[in-house]
Design a protein around this ligand. Structure first.
Ligand SMILES: C[S@@+](CC[C@H](N)C(=O)[O-])C[C@H]1O[C@@H](n2cnc3c(N)ncnc32)[C@H](O)[C@@H]1O
Length: 294
């Protein structure tokens, strides 16, 4: 028996609560092709909950119309980008998985100082490769400033990228709800953030010194061409690989490893450890990896 494409309520109103299996397949293929994100069969309700408002906003009758709209009317790809923005999971926090920042402070810096003393190369390049709303690159920048801040000779830059243009806009503003910054020690909060006033009083903003260290760019980790000229000393690619299938995960790790300088560090999310990672990087424990060489 054919499944109705658009469900109706008893009163005959359009319902945005369900999606046909075929349209779900079509939309998830588009999402996978565009972003690498793989939605399993159990993610139907999730997709519906994330797209319902958008479909209504566009005045469409349901998800099959939305798919048609994406294929035939979205000439500049703006709607496809919107859909990716809606379906990405963007949960993040300051100093999430804090042991990574402790490792930066206690071990990576020691190594970098020794390298710089030996080579007179005082450049440090760090990439936050799925930065979401910016908590991750700002946490890296705070750790760097707190440890290298007084050393004028260092040239430190952080590249922060994400596929989602909404989170990037928010990250670049450096503005955060005050509640999200309460987990930071008071001294750190006061040194690196300004409290908003008036209608911004529930927010705080990263100080210029911090913001100047970070360049935000849109970048899709599954893009065929990677435009980087210089290798990175450390890459944070945390809690994004879990949304990709294993083939894409392996491709991603191979490319991240290529993008690291020998001895550079790769930080992955807490549930992203895989035995095959050993083909590309050596494990230092606690989802911290190192590219062989020095
Ligand atoms: C759960 S957040 C992780 C944020 C941060 N790395 C952390 O661990 O707190 C996942 C992020 O990956 C981004 N993302 C998903 N697919 C991506 C892709 N193909 N290229 C770049 N970023 C992607 C999402 O937009 C989202 O902001």
């Amino acid at each position: 028996m054919p499944v109705p494409q658009v469900a109706t309520t008893e009163e005959g109103e359009l319902s945005f609560a369900s999606i046909s299996p075929r349209t779900f397949e079509q939309l998830r293929d588009l999402i996978r092709a565009e972003s690498g994100i793989t939605l399993g069969d159990t993610k139907r309700d999730l997709l519906v909950s994330r797209l319902a408002r958008r479909v209504r906003q566009l005045g469409l009758r349901g998800y099959d119309d939305y798919y048609h709209y994406l294929l035939c009317e979205d000439r500049d790809g703006a709607e496809l980008q919107q859909m990716v923005n809606f379906v990405t999971t963007t949960k993040t926090d300051f100093f999430r998985e804090n042991h990574h920042f402790e490792f930066l402070r206690d071990q990576a810096f020691r190594q970098w100082r020794a390298n710089a003393a030996a080579t007179s190369d005082y450049k440090l390049r760090i990439w936050s490769a799925a930065c979401s709303k910016g908590h991750e690159p700002y946490s890296v920048a705070i750790t760097l400033l707190e440890n290298f801040g007084q050393r004028a000779c260092w040239d430190i830059k952080i590249l922060a990228t994400d596929i989602n243009t909404d989170v990037l806009r928010s990250a670049e503003s450096g503005i955060f709800p005050i509640a999200e910054a309460t987990c930071l020690p008071r001294a750190i909060r006061e040194r690196h953030f300004m409290k908003g006033t008036g209608r911004y009083r529930q927010t705080c903003r990263a100080r210029d010194e911090l913001r100047r260290m970070i360049a935000f760019r849109q970048f899709n980790l599954t893009a065929p061409d990677w435009p980087f000229q210089r290798r990175f000393d450390a890459i944070f690619c945390r809690n994004v690989m879990i949304y990709f299938d294993e083939t894409r995960q392996k491709q991603l790790v191979a490319r991240l490893s290529e993008q690291l300088r020998p001895g550079g560090y790769l930080f992955l999310g807490h549930s992203e450890h895989q035995t095959w990672l050993a083909n590309y990087v050596e494990s230092l424990g606690h989802t911290i990896y190192r590219k062989p060489g020095s």
